[in-house]
Design a protein around this ligand. Structure first.
Ligand code: HEM
Length: 402
C-alpha cells in the first residue's frame, strides 16, 4: 500500500473502529506528503515539536470568509498575541492562581448529575451508554461552568446536539450545507448567551458573569462579542470531546473485565486510568489543519510555506519509540505523558474539567452497573475520524446498584 492512500484510508469510515494499524503504517514515514498536498506528522517527537512551533498558524481565513465575518474566530483559531490575551483572560476565571477552587467546587454537582442519570436507567435489560449517559453528562458540566441556569439546560443540550451534527462530516454530502447549519446554530446560541448576560439570570459564580466583570485583568475584560464567541467555543470543545472520553472509556473497560472489576474495587486508580485512556483512545485523534507560514524542515523533509499540516495525535500516542508495548492498555504505565490534550500554547484549556468528568463518569458507571455486557463489538462509530468515538454502545445488564 503506498503512503499516498494512507490518510484516505484513515479518514474512510470503514477504518473507524480500529485505525491503529494504519497509524503504524503511517509512522514509517514520520513526515509524509499525502496525495491532496497535506503533510501528516505521525511520530511522537515530531508531533510534539510541531505543537510547540510558532511557524504553524492556527488561523483559518477561509472559514471566516465562509461565515461572512459574522462569527469571528475563538481563541482556538487565533495566533499570539491575540490568542494569549483572550486565553489568558478566560484562564483567570477557570483555574489557579486566580480561581483555584472552581473545578473542585464543581465536583459535588457533577457527582449528583451522574447519579441522577444512572438513577433514570431501567433496572436491568438493555441500554445505550452513549445516549443515556455519555452525551447528556458533559452538557451539565459546561452549563455549570458557564453558569447557565438549570432550567435552560435542555435548550443548551439541543444546541450542543446541533453543533455536534454540524462538525461531523457525513459521507457523500455537500459540506457547505452542514457548515451553514453550524453557523446558524452558533448564532442562535450567541443570541441566547447575549440575552442571558443581560437578564442577570446566570449564576454569578459562573464564567459568563465572572468573565464579563473582570475589570482587574490587564487587557480585560473581554468585549461582549469575545465573551459570546468564547462561550460557544467552550460548549463545543468541552462537549464533543468528553462524550468520546466517556464512551471510549466504557468500551475499553467492557472489553477488559479485569480492569472493570479493578476500578470497581479500587476507585482510586481512576486518575491513572483516565490518563492512559487519553493516550490509548484519544477523543481528539488528529489536529487536522495547521498552516505552515514559512518553510519548515523536520524529519529530513521540508514542508513548504502555505502547506496544510495534520498532527496525528493518536498515532504519536502509539509510537513504540516513545511508549513500550503501545497497543496495550495499561493504567500502571510509569510515564503516560500523552498528546491527548495537545501541547504548547493551544493545549487543552478544559483538561482539569475533562479529567474530573471522565473520572466521575467511569467510577460511577462501573460501581453501579450490575454485570454489564457489550451487545455489539465493535459498536457503531460516529462518522468523524478527527473526533472519534462510538455513536452507540448497546449493553445488556442485570440491574442498577444503589
Ligand atoms: C476529554 C476531553 C477533551 C479532550 C480530549 C480535549 C482535547 C483538546 C485538544 C487536543 C486541544 C488542542 C487543540 C489545538 O491544538 O488546536 C484542545 C484545546 C482546547 N480545549 Fe479541549 N479537550 C477536552 C475537553 C475540553 C473541555 C471540557 C473544555 C472546556 C471546558 C475544553 C476546551 C478547550 C479549549 C477552549 C481549547 C483551545 C485552547 C487554545 O486554543 O488555547 N476542552 N482540547
Amino acid at each position: 500500500m503506498g503512503n499516498e492512500s494512507l490518510m484516505r484510508k484513515i479518514l474512510d469510515y470503514g477504518s473507524r473502529a480500529d485505525p491503529y494499524p494504519l497509524y503504524a503504517e503511517l509512522r514509517k514515514t514520520p513526515v509524509c506528503r499525502q496525495d491532496d498536498g497535506t503533510y501528516t506528522i505521525s511520530t511522537y517527537p515530531e508531533v510534539l515539536a510541531l505543537l510547540h512551533d510558532p511557524r504553524l498558524t492556527s488561523t483559518h481565513a477561509e472559514e471566516e470568509e465562509a461565515a461572512g465575518g459574522k462569527f469571528p474566530p475563538a481563541f482556538i483559531g487565533m495566533d499570539p498575541p491575540e490568542h494569549d490575551r483572550v486565553r489568558g483572560l478566560a484562564m483567570r476565571q477557570f483555574g489557579p492562581p486566580h480561581s483555584p477552587r472552581l473545578i473542585a467546587e464543581l465536583r459535588p454537582s457533577l457527582e449528583m448529575s451522574a447519579a441522577g442519570l444512572i438513577d433514570a436507567f431501567p433496572d436491568g435489560g438493555e441500554l445505550d451508554l452513549v445516549d443515556s449517559f455519555a452525551y447528556p453528562f458533559p452538557v451539565t458540566a459546561i452549563c455549570r461552568l458557564l453558569g447557565v441556569p438549570h432550567e435552560d439546560e435542555a435548550r443548551f443540550r439541543e444546541w450542543a446536539d446541533k453543533l455536534v451534527a454540524s462538525i461531523d462530516p457525513r459521507p457523500g454530502e455537500d459540506p457547505s450545507v452542514r457548515l451553514q447549519d453550524g453557523l446558524e446554530t452558533k448564532k442562535e446560541l450567541a443570541f441566547y448567551i447575549n440575552e442571558l448576560i443581560d437578564s442577570g439570570r446566570s449564576d454569578p459564580k459562573g464564567m459568563l458573569t465572572t468573565l464579563a466583570q473582570d475589570h482587574e485583568a490587564a487587557g480585560g475584560p473581554l468585549s461582549r462579542l469575545e465573551l459570546v464567541v468564547t462561550s460557544v467555543l467552550l460548549l463545543v470543545a468541552g462537549h464533543e470531546t468528553t462524550v468520546n472520553l466517556i464512551s471510549n472509556g466504557m468500551l475499553t473497560l467492557l472489553r477488559r473485565p479485569d480492569l472493570f472489576e479493578r476500578l470497581r474495587r479500587e476507585p482510586e486508580i481512576a486518575p491513572r486510568l483516565v490518563e492512559e485512556l487519553l493516550r490509548f483512545e484519544p477523543p481528539v485523534q488528529i489536529i487536522p489543519r495547521r498552516g505552515a507560514i514559512t518553510d519548515i524542515e523536520i524529519g529530513g523533509i521540508t514542508i513548504p510555506e502555505g502547506s496544510v499540516v495534520a498532527l496525528m495525535l493518536a498515532s504519536g500516542n502509539r509510537d513504540p519509540q516513545r511508549f513500550q508495548d503501545p497497543d496495550r492498555f495499561d493504567p500502571d504505565r510509569p510515564d503516560v505523558t500523552h498528546l491527548g490534550f495537545g501541547s504548547g500554547i493551544h493545549s487543552c484549556f478544559g483538561a482539569p474539567l475533562a479529567r474530573m468528568e471522565g473520572q466521575i463518569a467511569l467510577t460511577e458507571l462501573v460501581r453501579r452497573l450490575d454485570n454489564p455486557r457489550l451487545l455489539e463489538d465493535p459498536p457503531p462509530y460516529r462518522t468523524s475520524a478527527v473526533l472519534r468515538g462510538p455513536r452507540h454502545i448497546p449493553i445488556a445488564f442485570d440491574g442498577v446498584r444503589p
